[in-house]
Design a protein around this ligand. Structure first.
Ligand SMILES: C[S@@+](CC[C@H](N)C(=O)[O-])C[C@H]1O[C@@H](n2cnc3c(N)ncnc32)[C@H](O)[C@@H]1O
Length: 289
């Protein structure tokens, strides 16, 4: 038996915290007070988000890996489940899904959709992951929630302690910031402070003594905006623009020749983007083998 030792330094956790605090300070400086609550609240963004993200296909690499790891008799905890992009398709492949989310509106959309699909094995927990009370499950999944966690070590330890078989974190391998970088620079005149990347996540996991496996997969660009006004509002939020008619007009003039029409909706011109599936076996299990 070989005991895994966590590296003695906390360099990666410290780098992560600096990246988050610089990004937050920049947002607080740039974001007009009127928009602050709106842009930061997932409750306010829930309906647009649910309409904007297309459901994953049956062979989506994350769905395949998570359902295989859990097995048909296993339970999956989906941390930051949102409107159920993964929780709902997983519910028909595993025994039960526990959807944890701090946004009440996101979970109400998820519940409504579960009823529509006659899924009775999805339980919702409306709490932040840091405070949620959930039982251990075969698999814990966390898609597009990191890298915004302020304290990644506490967040990831909780993920690790809850999973009895495997944990999965899914996130961009190339930040969306890059896609909208010309617009950010147009309005703010300088590059944006970056968020932690999947490589920062891997470094933090290693510091915590986990042995992550990383797979880079090509993710279909599944974001759609039903109307130009929704595209302007959603991308305007991402760019921390003031909610004024003038800013909307200026952004629309930039987006109109750039966005493409797909099936009657507007989409960014990328067909696909690289995403990272970072997964690991529970620390306790590694100790026991
Ligand atoms: C970008 S959405 C991702 C939704 C879904 N997982 C997906 O892949 O489409 C992020 C979700 O995570 C939730 N969230 C963010 N931080 C959270 C936390 N600390 N605890 C629980 N939920 C959180 C938000 O409310 C939001 O619903």
């Amino acid at each position: 038996m070989r005991e895994m030792k966590a590296p003695a330094t906390m360099e990666a956790q410290s780098r992560w915290r600096h990246l988050i605090s610089d990004r937050t300070a920049e947002a607080e400086k740039l974001q007009p007070a009127a928009r602050k609550g709106r842009a930061s609240s997932w409750d306010a963004r829930a309906r647009h988000y649910a309409a904007q993200v297309l459901p994953p296909g049956p062979r989506h690499p994350l769905l395949v890996r998570v359902s295989r790891a859990a097995g048909p008799q296993g339970t999956v905890v989906d941390v930051g489940a949102g409107p159920g992009v993964f929780a709902l398709p997983l519910a028909s492949r595993v025994k039960a899904v526990v959807a944890v989310d701090s946004s009440r509106v996101m979970l109400s959309i998820l519940r409504r959709q579960a009823r529509r699909l006659s899924l009775d094995n999805v339980t919702c927990v409306n709490a932040s992951w840091e405070e949620a009370e959930v039982r251990p499950a075969e698999v814990v999944l966390c898609s597009y929630v990191l890298p915004s966690a302020a304290n990644p070590a506490a967040f990831l330890r909780r993920v690790d302690r809850t999973a009895t078989k495997r944990s999965f974190v899914y996130l961009d391998a190339a930040s969306f910031d890059l896609v909208v970088d010309p617009f950010w620079r147009h309005f703010h005149g300088r590059p944006r402070r970056p968020l932690p990347s999947y490589l920062d996540l891997v470094a933090v996991l290693r510091e915590l003594g986990m042995e992550p496996r990383v797979e880079i997969v090509e993710k279909r660009n599944s974001s759609r905006f039903a109307t130009m006004a929704i595209a302007v509002s959603t991308i305007g939020d991402r760019l921390l623009l003031p909610d004024t008619a003038e800013a909307r007009r200026e952004l629309e003039a930039l987006l109109a020749p750039w966005l493409v029409r797909r099936n009657g909706a507007f989409a960014t011109p990328l067909r696909s983007v690289p995403a990272a599936i970072v997964s690991w076996a529970p620390q306790g299990e590694r100790r026991a083998t």
